[in-house]
Design a protein around this ligand. Structure first.
Ligand code: GDP
Length: 196
């Protein structure tokens, strides 16, 4: 994976006011436990670049990684974890919304959803936050290895159908960190964003 190869940890921030002044960035969002950290590690071909959480929902900071091109990858905190108090969850959803709506150098969003539990309400909220920006969204249906080939095809088409019904023109693909499935497709999509 050339685009993500040699990604390096850059910084961690806990507040939006502390966001680094990057030239351009892509952001990864997803529900806690969706497989976001694993996807980042897989794409970057790095075992422990993003921390695979033992206590989901506890890591509420934004990690930045620098890509070889000089662009950045922002790993946003996972949302929707049931054990987190409602007030804390609502706070983070709001912060994510602010980031998605106002981050000027953000060029596109990668939304990670467990292929077995796609398009939960909080995922829809992220899409709704981001839609007014007109920037591209690419969805990874993660842990695809947990579904049979037939279920994968059905899920992919059902999610595409739901997005169309919602009026959202996000692109969608299957992905598995375990099987290293779908890496080229992510690369191809994100490279096109940077080339545009
Ligand atoms: P995050 O909270 O979204 O960052 O999710 P993690 O990357 O920490 O993954 C959550 C759990 O799902 C961990 O137990 C991972 O080992 C597992 N997981 C992540 N990706 C895959 C995958 O592609 N296939 C399978 N079978 N399990 C996965």
């Amino acid at each position: 994976s050339r685009l993500f190869q040699n990604a390096k940890f850059f910084t961690t921030v806990n507040h939006l006011k502390d966001l680094p002044d990057t030239p351009a960035e892509i952001a990864f969002v997803g529900r806690s436990n969706a497989g976001k950290s694993s996807a980042i590690n897989t794409l970057c071909n790095h075992v422990r670049l993003a921390y695979v959480s033992k206590t989901p929902g506890r890591t509420q900071h934004i990690n930045f990684f620098e890509l070889a091109s000089g662009a950045f990858l922002a790993d946003l905190p996972g949302y929707g974890y049931a054990q987190v108090p409602e007030a804390v969850r609502a706070h983070w959803i709001t912060l994510l919304g602010q980031y998605l709506q106002t981050r000027r150098q953000l060029i596109g969003l990668l939304l990670i959803m467990d292929a077995r539990h796609p398009l939960k309400p909080a995922d829809g909220q992220m899409l709704d936050f981001f839609a007014p920006t007109g920037k591209p969204v690419h969805i990874l249906l993660s842990k695809a290895d947990k579904l049979s080939k037939n279920e994968q095809i059905k899920t992919l088409s059902a999610v595409k159908q739901s997005l169309r019904a919602r009026g959202q023109n996000a692109t969608v693909q299957l992905f598995s960190s375990l099987k290293k499935q779908g890496i080229d497709e992510v690369e191809h999509t994100v490279s096109a964003w940077f080339a545009a």
